[in-house]
Design a binder for this molecule. Structure first.
Ligand code: FAD
Length: 299
């Protein structure tokens, strides 16, 4: 065992050594992390950050729904927030949520409370931490539209409460650095009719299933939409629909989604993505930029 792994602080959460990152991501690919740490709660995470071996790299992941972990795995410690960060509480029109709560669960809870505004989250399969970091959005709404504040922990264990303006939230982007962990967030909703909101949620889920490979091993939108353009259309026009590399495929259903069709390597997915970028550049002149976050080492 590496020297630093025997010097990890004692925590109430759980360490897993040589943990499969394929098990932590929607793509189901990727090597192992030296250590996967699941903190029990905020105090446990702060204690870990203040006492961890210095100079060992740290990474934060959520539900792994926008994440490609490379085949060589992650050298260092991967932090994944769990049950201790999944509360969803209502106070009037305000909803305060732990960063590990699933977006869909938050949308459903709001629907049951008759609170509207967060319906768009129902089809985003990540956590609230990932939604804040990526400024997740769809159907013309974005996380920033409803966010009041987010509590951010830095790697020294200090908590900061930041507003959407301070987070500089723009299309699928914030100024959060990789060494900042979202631990909670508060949203502002409007009063609505519970039955109507719940029926709208069902409708959004059905629309999604019809238009995206939501049951596949995918990472969501692969590339950001260039200004005024749709990435899926540029990819389609470049003749990439259904294109394969190894076991990786450009989805037939939605061309901005890559799929692990079987026992695919992360390298297949990444190389296929790069091939798509080259083809789009050749046919349309547009540069596509990865929305999917890639971490870890190549094999
Ligand atoms: C089928 C499918 C459909 C999707 N549809 C949409 C959509 O409509 N709109 C949309 O915006 N996205 C969509 N996505 C992408 C994805 O769900 C979102 O980007 C989501 O917000 C990612 O959250 P996550 O918890 O899975 O984060 P991960 O994928 O685990 O991580 C993504 C990034 O967020 C960071 N991160 C995660 N948690 C934290 C935290 N607590 N603190 C700090 N940083 C953190 C990670 O370090 C990484 O940089 C889709 C994905 C899939 C698979």
């Amino acid at each position: 065992m590496s020297d630093w792994r025997s010097r990890l602080p004692q925590v109430r959460g759980r360490y897993s050594f040589d943990a499969s990152m394929a098990d932590q991501t929607w793509f189901r690919v990727g090597g192992t992390a030296d250590v996967l740490y699941k903190p029990a709660d905020l105090d446990d995470l702060v204690h870990f950050l203040k006492n961890r071996p210095a100079s060992v790299p740290l990474y934060v992941v959520g539900a792994g729904s926008n994440l490609l972990v490379r085949d060589g795995g992650v050298r260092g410690i991967v932090i994944r927030l769990g049950r201790g960060f999944s509360t969803i509480e209502r106070d009037g029109l305000f909803v305060t949520v732990g960063a590990a709560a699933l977006d869909r669960t938050v949308a459903m809870s709001c629907g049951q409370w008759g609170l509207s505004g967060l319906e768009f989250l129902v089809g985003v399969p990540g956590t609230i931490g990932g939604a804040v970091k990526m400024n997740a959005g769809c159907y013309g709404s974005e996380t920033k539209d409803r966010l009041v504040w987010a509590d951010i922990l830095d790697f020294e264990g200090t908590l900061h409460r930041l507003t959407p303006d301070q987070l500089a939230m723009t299309y699928r982007h914030t100024n959060l650095r990789p060494d900042q962990i979202v631990v909670a967030a508060q949203f502002r909703c409007d009063e609505g009719d519970s039955a109507q909101i719940l029926s709208r949620l069902d409708q959004l889920l059905a629309e999604r299933e019809a238009s995206q490979p939501v049951k596949g091993r995918t990472g969501g939108s692969t590339f950001r939409n260039p200004d005024g353009q749709s990435a899926w259309k540029l990819i389609d026009d470049a003749g990439c629909r259904g294109l394969m590399m190894g076991q990786a495929q450009v989805s037939e259903k939605h061309t901005n989604f890559l799929l692990n069709t079987d026992r695919c390597l992360a390298a297949d997915l990444e190389s296929l993505g790069e091939l798509v970028r080259r083809k789009v550049k050749e046919t349309s002149g547009h540069d596509l930029h990865w929305e999917i976050v890639r971490i870890g080492e190549k094999d």
